[in-house]
Design a protein around this ligand. Structure first.
Ligand SMILES: Nc1nc2c(ncn2[C@@H]2O[C@H](COP(=O)(O)OP(=O)(O)OP(=O)(O)O)[C@@H](O)[C@H]2O)c(=O)[nH]1
Ligand SMILES: [Zn+2]
Length: 211
């Protein structure tokens, strides 16, 4: 078990490799959280030592590191690899699937992001836009912040004439618990530059998106 925990730390926090103080601090936190997960299982009414649950605290922690990978990178940096392409009209990457975690309940919310911008000299690789979306999705989030972070990253790095982002998602905290509306979905948008100023720019984006 100890070996697995070490691997978890070196994989997710490679900077602690040469820093025993930081490494041991993370190791203490890992031990502490695994004990807490055991308490959670017991409090909910099951036996943390029964066969199927013995490794669950470790599995859950490992999964959480995966859900939150985005904290350990700066997603904007993906956009910095730009190309010299003379394109002055709208670029839209639509249906970028994402999987995020609601910061209120730690329940998943997931769906698609549609990202559009009108370049002003700088054009980035299409996959880099999806990588950037992933980086912000893999954090504890609310949908509104995710949407804004995506548009602000495009604005900051590509300095385009305008940016428009639409995010559509389903929130598990509204499905299996609470209000239990499993068909409800949420749409958010964020507009900058020409999309904020001109209704016809927004209309063009939406007509290409929902044709
Ligand atoms: N605006 C917004 N709200 C969210 C998002 N994800 C979850 N929520 C909401 O966060 C709210 C938290 O409300 P609370 O009253 O503090 O928590 P709760 O008692 O669990 O609320 P219920 O879900 O209504 O049972 C709920 O209304 C959720 O629907 C999100 O991405 N954006
Ligand atoms: Zn929630």
């Amino acid at each position: 078990m100890i070996e697995k925990e070490h691997t978890l730390i070196t994989k997710n926090f490679p900077e602690t490799f040469d820093n025993p103080l930081e490494f041991n601090k993370k190791l203490d936190q890992v031990h502490h959280i695994m004990e807490t997960f055991k308490d959670l299982i017991e409090l909910c009414g099951d036996d943390p030592n029964r066969n199927g649950l013995q490794e669950t605290p470790y599995r859950v922690l490992k999964a959480f590191f995966e859900y939150t990978e985005g904290y350990r990178e700066d997603p904007k940096l993906h956009l910095e690899k730009t190309f010299d392409v003379n394109h002055k009209e709208l670029v839209i990457v639509k249906d970028i699937e994402f999987y995020s975690i609601c910061e209120h309940h730690f329940a998943p919310f997931f769906g698609v992001a549609h990202v559009g911008y009108i370049p002003n000299q700088k054009v980035t690789g299409l996959s880099k836009i999806a990588r950037m979306v992933e980086g912000y999705a893999k954090r504890f989030q609310v949908q509104e912040r995710l949407t804004t972070q995506i548009s602000e990253a495009i604005e900051e790095v590509l300095e385009p004439k305008g940016t428009m982002v639409v995010v559509e998602a389903k929130h598990m905290c509204m499905c299996g618990r609470g209000i239990k509306k499993s068909r409800a979905s949420t749409t958010t948008s964020s507009v900058r530059g020409i999309f904020a100023d001109k209704p016809e720019a927004r209309a063009e984006f939406l007509s290409l998106l929902y044709k």
